[in-house]
Design a protein around this ligand. Structure first.
Ligand SMILES: [Zn+2]
Ligand SMILES: [Zn+2]
Length: 223
């Protein structure tokens, strides 16, 4: 049952934003998916004869991305900072009031924009992170290392978007019922408890850093 305070916030949020439609929700999801996949395929197509040291870029990038995900979520997304207060506003004041542990699912595709990053975020990740680091790797390492970084970073970004999207689908949907998604979704639902959101389960994808920094909560142990 959706609590009254969530219903009230959803009504107010929908009235204030440009009315989203089911079609615009699916267009948003399709754009995020296809643009990210396009960059990943473009980068992988440029990799040839990978050496072992170059291949290490993939797990290193994955671990680095997991740390960034954790720190940004634990930091500016949950604590208002002078720099980029929009992260706090979009996440704590909006995403967490629109979805709580008692009401995790979108009611229609028109709500997808409360889950997915705005499309401009793709340009930020691509132009602000993937490209500069890739250029650095081109210069100090090899082109393979640069392209593998781009492919892994964009792959991580898309995994974040797809998993977070799956957590906020109705529980009966096929994707949300898969074993892996169910387990990860349960952790994210704990994070959506307003009393816990600033303290636990900051990894949206795989809870490596939560485990490392002691902020991992599991329903049965900690409830
Ligand atoms: Zn969420
Ligand atoms: Zn959060």
């Amino acid at each position: 049952m959706t609590p009254p305070h969530v219903l009230a916030f959803r009504g107010q949020d929908r009235a204030e934003r440009r009315p989203g439609t089911r079609a615009s929700g699916w267009a948003h999801f399709t754009f995020t998916s296809l643009a990210s996949l396009g960059v990943i395929v473009f980068a992988i197509a440029r990799v040839e004869r990978v050496r072992l040291l170059e291949a290490l870029v993939v797990p290193s990038t994955f671990l680095f991305a997991n740390l960034v995900e954790y720190l940004v979520h634990r930091g500016p997304m949950h604590r208002r900072k002078k720099l980029l207060p929009i992260l706090y506003e979009r996440h704590t004041l909006r995403h967490h009031r629109f979805f709580t542990h008692e009401a995790m699912a979108c009611e229609s595709a028109a709500d997808f924009s409360i889950v997915l990053f705005p499309p401009v975020m793709l340009l930020v990740v691509l132009g602000g992170v993937a490209l500069p680091v890739a250029l650095l790797l081109f210069a100090v390492a090899t082109p393979n290392a640069g392209w593998l970084f781009v492919a892994t970073a964009m792959g991580y970004f898309l995994t974040y978007e797809w998993l977070h999207f799956a957590y906020h689908l109705p529980e009966r949907s096929r994707l949300a019922r898969s074993h892996l998604v169910r387990a990860l979704r349960e952790r994210h639902a704990l994070h959506h408890d307003l009393g816990r959101m600033a303290h636990e389960n900051f990894n949206i994808t795989f809870p490596l850093c939560d485990w490392l920094f002691g902020t991992l909560a599991r329903k049965h142990n900690d409830a």
